[in-house]
Design a protein around this ligand. Sequence first.
Ligand SMILES: [Zn+2]
Length: 453
Amino acid sequence: MNQTIKSLLEKFVFSTITFAITCTSQAQNIDIQLQGQRFAPHQAASPQQSVLTVPSSYQIKLGSNNQFKQISSTLYPGGIEFRFLTIGNAQGARAYDMLGWRTGTEIDQLDAKTASEIRAEAFFLDPQLLLSSAKDLKAIDTPNEWQAKYQFESFTDQAGRAATMVIDKQTQTVVSARSSTFSYYYHGQTSGQNGTTSPMLSVNLGDKLLAQWDTVKLNRFNDNQALEFQAPNGYQDKTPIGPLRVENLAAGVFRINGSASGYHMHFVVGEQSIAVFDVPFFPNEIAQIKKLIETTAPNKAISHIVFSHTHRDHIGGGSQLAQETTKIWVGKDAKQAIQRQLGDKLNAISTELSIEQNIDLGGRIIRIIPAPSSHASDMLIAYDAQSNTLFQGDFFMMPEVGPAPVGFPVNRELQEKITQLAIQPERIVSVHGRVGTIQELNQTVQLLRTTQH
Ligand SMILES: [Zn+2]
C-alpha cells in the first residue's frame, strides 16, 4: 500500500473518524439513509420538459455475512410512488413491491452478481466509508494538472471490481470515486459531526446526472439479524412471463402478452383497419409482434396509433410499428416530445388533440378523449363502445398478480373522468399490469380515501 495513503488511513483510524472505521472493520451494522432527487428523462408531467426531477429516498442497511436490506422510494407526477424493498446477500437478492401495484405480490429475483453490486455501491455513498473499506488501495498516475491538489488512487470495491478515487491532499478526504458503472462526487464536506452527517453526493452515469442526494446519513443499528433481514409475508415467486403471444380480450380487441419487459400493447381490429394503443419499446421483439398482428388481422393496415401520453415507456416502439399510412394521435403540446424522442418522421404523422375525436376502423368507431391529468398534461384515453373497453396509460395500473393496491391521486382523476363520460367500461387496460375492472379502480380510490383519513 502506498505510504501516504497508509498514514492517511491510520490517521483516520486513530483520530477523528472512529465511527466509520468501527463500523467498517467488519463492514456491518451500518444504516445509510439518503434524501434527494433522481432524474428521469422523458417522464415529466409536461411534454415541454425533457427531464423529470423525482423526489427520492434511499436506505440501505449492511449486516453481517454480506447481508443487506435496501428500501428505495421515488415519487412521480400524479402521486405515483414506486417503493421497493430488496433483501439480499452474496448468493442473490429478492425485491418486493411494498405498495403492491407495480409487481404486486410477485418477487423479483436478482442474481448473485447484481446483489453483490447493490451492496458494493452502498460503500460509495459515503467517502469515509469508501476510504476505510477500500481493498488494494494504491496510488496511480495523477494527471499533471491535478497533482498539486489531488492524488488518484485505484482500489477494488466490495464486489471485486476495479475502481478509482480522487483524494484531496490537503483535507485527506475523498472528493470523487468511480466504480465500473457510476461516478460519485462528494460535495460540501461537513466533517462528519457526531459521525452522522456526511457530504452531499451526486451520482453520474457517464456525463448524465442520475441523482443528487441532499443528505446522506450514517447510523449504526443494533440488529437482530434474524428479524432485520427477514422476508416480508404475503409474497410469492414470480409467474413465468411465457412466450410472446396475442390474448383476445373481447371481439376485435387484442393484447400482446409475454414481452420480456413485462409491458403490454393493445389493438382493436375493424373491418378496414387496426388501431394500436401505446407502443412500448420491445427490443428484438417488434418483428415478432408485427407477425402476431398480421396473423390476428391479415392484410389490414395499422391506420391509427394512439399514444396515451408521451412518456418513453408508452411510445418508445412507435417508429418501428408505424406504417406508411399510419396516423398518430397525441395530446395537447405532445408533438415536441414526439420530435425530441422519435424524430421528424413520427412528428410529421402526429396530430395533437385537445377535443374529442372519433376514429373509424370500418364498422367500428373509437372515441379518443383528451384527459389532462396530474401525471401527464397530454393524456389521452380511448374508448371502444362496441367491446366496452377503456384504453388508458398510467391513470390506473393493476399488478399482474395481487389484490387492488392503495390508489394514487391519478386513480381518482380517472374515476372522475369515467363518471363525467357516463360510461361503465367492462375492462380498463394499460401498458402496465393485468387487465383491470372498474370495481378494482373504485377499490383503489376507496383505499386511498381510507389511508388519507
Ligand atoms: Zn407515464
